[in-house]
Write a new protein. Structure first.
Length: 69
């Protein structure tokens, strides 16, 4: 009976080999275009939304209460 060993690669190694394969097959521009298909890019305006619900900074007393001092 012939036993075959599994070639187990880490996620990092799979990503590295995958990118190399894409680059060799599609070229750099094609690889970038391919990867862009999976980039959802987010939505909205982070800078504006960050300050919409701007809460006041906690006081020293509130911070001490949070940490039990």
């Amino acid at each position: 009976m012939i036993t075959k060993r599994l070639n187990i690669m880490s996620s990092t190694e799979i990503q590295k080999k995958g990118l190399i394969a894409l680059k060799e097959t599609l070229g750099i521009t094609g690889t970038i275009k391919f990867l862009e298909q999976f980039d959802n890019g987010g939505s909205g305006d982070y800078t504006t939304e960050k300050y919409e619900n701007d809460e006041p900074e906690p006081t020293d007393e509130e911070i001490r209460k949070m940490f039990g001092y």
